[in-house]
Design a protein around this ligand. Structure first.
Ligand code: NAD
Length: 267
């Protein structure tokens, strides 16, 4: 599988899953433009370049329609095209419905759902003209398939279920144009934003708590951003040309458990 000669744009690429995806795509030959609301995305792009791969960066807030159009046109102008779009940017603060205000709800949908509409809309005309494109949207097992026992995920779950609907409808709309649109439903993936949600009280105990948390998962560990990156690599490659409108779970077997039989410590 190679992405040699392909141009990829990843949203929310400053850290976590987006950074892992960017690293894997770049290692496999793509020129990757890492985008994020945070200017610190530059550091991640530099780290990938330092490994000897092609990575660039751009500040792009997916809640700003004009900025999305501007950044995507600039990338298309520089490279002649965008072949791969990974709609990864997303937030997952928890709040119970009765404690939620309109602002919280709107922000969640602005980033997690409308952001994907904007980015896809910006690259679709070029992809359609060239008859080639790969769009990968980041959903979650939370929403379409399961809910967290601790609650507080009505907004998040709704946004991630919306991503599945968006993916399927767009896949149909673009199937005749050589464009594949699929979505990924990760379970527990190791990322800094998840530390607090998985038992850590600060940086000092984060790695230990994340490891312990992983023993609840059948394969005995949380996923890495690169695990998700490897799946994106397949979906972004020519080898996945017959796959569109699919939802793929990547969770170490976690949602298979009807009854918890762990801890699944590695032997
Ligand atoms: N970590 C998990 O266990 C997990 C599980 C399922 C799904 N996901 C999904 O994967 C994606 C990445 O999650 P993560 O854990 O790496 O989170 P993260 O917080 O580590 O990374 C998210 C990135 O998105 C960026 N971002 C936030 N708002 C943005 C905006 N308005 N415009 C552009 N970029 C913005 C952040 O700056 C950050 O770099 C999210 O969509 C999340 O819902 C994560």
């Amino acid at each position: 599988m190679t992405l040699e000669g392909r141009v990829a744009v990843v949203t929310g690429a400053m850290q976590g899953i987006g950074a892992g995806i960017s690293r894997v795509l770049a290692r496999n030959g793509a020129t990757v433009v890492l985008t994020d609301v945070s200017p610190r995305v530059e550091e991640m792009a530099r780290a990938i370049t330092a490994e000897g791969h092609r990575a660039e960066h751009a500040v792009m807030d997916v809640t700003k329609p004009e900025q999305v159009v501007e950044v995507m046109s600039e990338i298309e102008g520089r490279h002649g095209r965008v072949d791969i779009l990974v709609n990864n940017a997303g937030i997952y603060p928890r709040r119970r419905l009765v404690e939620m205000d309109e602002e919280f709800l709107h922000r969640m949908f602005e980033i997690n759902v409308f952001g994907m509409f904007r980015c896809a809309k910006a690259v679709l005309p070029g992809m359609t003209e060239r008859g080639y494109g790969k769009i990968v949207n980041m959903s979650s097992v939370t929403g379409p398939l399961v809910g967290a026992p601790s609650g507080g995920q009505t907004a998040y779950g709704s946004t991630k279920a919306a991503v599945v609907g968006f993916t399927k409808a767009l896949a149909l709309e673009t199937a005749q144009s050589g464009i594949n649109v699929n979505c990924i439903l990760p379970g527990y993936i190791h990322s800094p934003s998840a530390y607090g949600l998985r038992g850590s009280t600060g940086d000092s105990d984060a790695e230990e708590k994340m490891r312990e948390f992983g023993y609840k998962i059948p394969v005995g560990r949380q996923g890495t951003p690169e695990d998700v990156g490897n799946l994106v690599l397949f979906l972004a490659s020519d080898e996945s040309s017959y796959l569109t409108g699919s939802e793929i779970v990547i969770d170490g077997g976690n949602i298979l458990q009807e009854e918890y039989l762990g801890p699944y410590k590695p032997r």
